[in-house]
Design a protein around this ligand. Structure first.
Ligand code: SF4
Length: 545
C-alpha cells in the first residue's frame, strides 16, 4: 500500500511511547527530521492525543475509567485503592517510576465496570481485593498481558429477536454509490473502529466475536467502489484487540481472500491494515479521523468536500463503522428480503444496543426495531429506572414516563441531530442527575479539540454553571443561561462534538424541569451550601509552591 510518509507518524509515536513510556525531546527532534516537519508540528501531534506523553508514565501505566457508569459502580473506591497500593497519585508516577496512574473516560467496558487498562491490557469488574492482587503480582514482575482479563461477551436477543447476529438499520448505500461514481484513483475503504461515546461497547464485542464479518464487509465495499485499500482505525483503548484483528486479516490473506486477485476475481486486489488511534474522542468524527490517519492532529476539517469525494489523502473514501461493515456481510449472506421482513413497517431491521448502568443484566442486546423502551428495561432487569441516556452523552435522555416510546427510526432513533451509537445507560432515582450531567460535561470539555470558541468556551461555562447548581447556588437566571449556552454550542460549533455536547443537558432541562427547580437557591442569598473545606484544602496543598 503506497502512502505518504507522514501517515506513519502515529505508528512511530506508539512505538516510542510503548518502548520508553514517553516521548522525549530527542524523539521529537528525530521525528521532525525524519518526516521533514518542524519540531512544533511534531509537538502538536503528540500533545493532541491522551495516550502520548512527554513525561515518563511508569513501567506499568494504569488508566482507570472515570465514566459515569464506572462512577456508579464503585470508581472512587478503586481509585483510592490504586493510590494506596501503588504509592502513586492520579496524574503522576510513583517515586520508584514503577506505577503511573491516569484517568480516562470510557474504555468500552461499561458492562464490566469498574475497569482499567494496564499497559493497554484490560482489567474488568475490579474491586479492592482484585486490585491488591493485581498490584502485588505486578510488583513481583508479572506481565500485564499474562494476567489481564478477557472481557466477557454478554450478548442477548430480544424474545422476538432474529438471532441473525448483528444487523443494524438497513445500510444506506449512498456513500458507497457516491464513492463508486468518483473517477479518481486510488479509493479507500476505512472502518471507523473508534467508538468513544461513553456507554458504547458494541463494536468491541463485534471485533471480539465477528472480526471475519468485518473483513468481509470491507471486502464487499472495496469490490463495490473499486478500491484496493482498506484501513481499520482502531481506538487506542482497544489496542488489546489489534493482534486478534491482524491474525484474522492474515488468515484471509493466506486463503487468498485478501491480497492480489481476491477470491480468484481477476483484477480485484484488496488488502487491509490496522491503524491505531491514541485516545481522542473527536477522532470518531469522520474528517478528524482522516487527519489522524494522515499522522496529524485529529482536528475536524472544514467541510468543503465529503470524504467520498476527497477523503484520505484527498482521495475518494468510504468511512463506515464496525457494525455497518458486519451488517453488510450478513445482509449479503441472508438476502435483503429476509432482513427487511424484520422490525416494523417504516423501520425494518434490527439494532445492537449497549446496555449498562442500573440493571441486573448489562451487555449487548440485539433487538428488532420497534421494541418499546419498557420491553428493553424488562429484558435487562433494570432496577428502579428513572432516567435513561440513549445514544451516550451526546444523545437524548428520556424519563421513565416515556417508556412506551419505540426504539425505531420512526421514533427514538429518528432525530437527525443524534447519531445512534446504540448506548442505553440506565439510572435509578437515587442517582443525582446534575452529577451525571457534570460527568458528561467534563468529558466533552477534555475531549474538545479547542479549535472553535463555542465548544472550547461553552463546555467550560456549562461546567461552571452546573457546579453552581450542584452547590445550591444557582438561580433561575443560571438555568436560562445554561440553556442559552447549550443552544449556542449546538448552533455554532464547527463539528459534531460541539453540536451534540449539550443534547443531554437541553433534553434533561425540558424533561426534568421540577428536578432542576428543586436544585435552585430559593433564598437567593448566595451562601455556598455545599462548600467542601476538605476538597478545597486538598486543592490548595496540591498547587501551593
Ligand atoms: S466543535 Fe469542539 S471538537 Fe469540534 S472543531 Fe470545534 S472545538 Fe473542535
Amino acid at each position: 500500500m503506497k502512502e505518504l510518509l507522514q501517515t506513519q507518524m502515529m505508528n512511530h509515536l506508539w512505538e516510542i511511547q510503548l518502548k520508553g513510556g514517553y516521548i522525549n525531546d530527542e524523539d521529537v527532534k528525530r521525528l521532525a527530521h525524519q518526516f521533514n516537519l518542524s519540531e512544533t508540528e511534531v509537538e502538536g501531534v503528540v500533545s493532541f492525543y491522551h495516550f502520548f506523553h512527554r513525561k515518563p508514565t511508569g513501567k506499568y501505566t494504569i488508566y482507570l475509567n472515570n465514566s459515569i457508569v464506572a462512577d456508579i459502580k464503585g470508581f472512587s473506591r478503586i481509585k483510592e485503592t490504586l493510590e494506596r497500593e501503588t504509592g502513586a497519585v492520579f496524574g503522576s508516577v510513583d517515586r520508584t517510576g514503577t506505577f503511573g496512574l491516569f484517568l480516562t473516560p470510557c474504555i468500552g467496558l461499561s458492562d464490566q465496570e469498574p475497569s482499567a487498562l494496564i499497559n493497554f491490557y484490560p482489567f474488568t469488574n475490579l474491586n479492592a481485593i482484585k486490585i491488591k492482587d493485581i498490584i502485588a503480582s505486578l510488583k513481583k514482575g508479572a506481565d500485564p498481558a499474562a494476567i489481564c482479563d478477557t472481557p466477557a461477551v454478554n450478548i442477548r436477543y430480544s424474545p422476538q429477536g432474529s438471532k441473525s447476529f448483528f444487523f443494524k438499520e438497513f445500510i444506506d448505500g449512498k456513500k458507497w454509490d457516491a464513492a463508486k461514481s468518483q473517477p479518481s484513483l486510488p479509493k479507500y475503504v476505512i472502518c471507523n473502529a473508534d467508538e468513544g461515546e461513553p456507554g458504547t461497547f458494541k463494536d468491541r464485542v463485534l471485533m471480539q466475536t465477528q472480526a471475519k464479518s468485518l473483513i468481509e464487509g470491507m471486502l464487499i465495499c472495496g469490490y463495490t467502489i473499486g478500491s484496493e485499500y482498506g484501513i481499520i482505525y482502531l481506538r487506542g483503548e482497544y489496542r488489546w484487540l489489534k493482534s486478534k484483528l491482524e491474525d484474522a486479516i492474515q488468515e484471509y490473506r493466506n486463503s487468498g481472500l485478501l491480497g492480489r486477485e481476491c477470491g480468484g476475481i481477476k483484477g480485484f486486489n484488496f488488502d487491509i491494515r490496522v491503524q491505531m488511534g491514541a485516545g481522542s474522542y473527536v477522532c470518531g468524527e469522520e474528517t478528524a479521523l482522516l487527519e489522524s490517519l494522515e499522522g496529524k492532529r485529529g482536528e475536524p476539517r472544514t467541510k468543503w468536500f465529503f470524504p467520498v469525494e476527497k477523503g484520505y489523502l484527498q482521495q475518494p473514501t468510504v468511512i463506515n463503522n464496525v457494525e455497518t461493515f458486519c451488517a453488510a456481510a450478513r445482509i449479503i449472506e441472508m438476502g435483503t428480503e429476509e432482513y427487511l421482513s424484520l422490525g416494523i413497517p417504516g423501520s425494518p431491521g434490527v439494532k445492537l444496543l449497549s446496555v449498562s448502568g442500573d440493571c441486573k443484566i448489562p451487555g449487548i442486546y440485539e433487538i428488532e426495531l420497534g421494541m418499546t423502551v419498557a420491553e428493553l428495561l424488562e429484558l435487562c432487569e433494570a432496577e428502579d429506572p428513572y432516567y435513561i441516556q440513549v445514544s451516550g452523552p451526546s444523545g437524548e435522555c428520556i424519563s421513565i414516563k416515556e417508556k412506551y416510546r419505540r426504539i425505531s427510526m420512526l421514533d427514538l432513533l429518528a432525530r437527525k441531530d443524534i447519531r445512534c451509537g446504540g448506548a442505553f445507560m440506565i439510572f435509578n432515582k437515587q442517582r443525582d442527575l446534575v452529577k451525571v450531567l457534570l460527568n458528561f460535561t467534563e468529558f466533552f470539555k477534555s475531549e474538545s479539540c479547542g479549535i472553535c470558541t463555542p465548544c472550547r468556551a461553552g463546555n467550560f461555562i456549562i461546567q461552571r454553571k452546573l457546579e453552581r447548581l450542584d452547590n445550591g447556588l444557582a438561580n433561575e437566571k443560571d438555568l436560562e443561561e445554561l440553556k442559552n449556552w447549550g443552544m449556542i454550542m449546538k448552533n455554532t460549533s464547527r463539528c459534531g462534538l460541539g453540536k451534540t455536547a449539550t443534547n443531554s443537558l437541553i433534553y434533561a432541562m425540558d424533561k426534568f424541569h421540577s428536578y432542576f427547580s428543586s436544585k435552585l437557591d430559593k433564598e437567593f442569598n448566595g451562601l455556598n451550601l455545599k462548600f467542601d473545606i476538605e476538597a478545597a484544602t486538598k486543592e490548595y496543598e496540591k498547587y501551593k509552591i
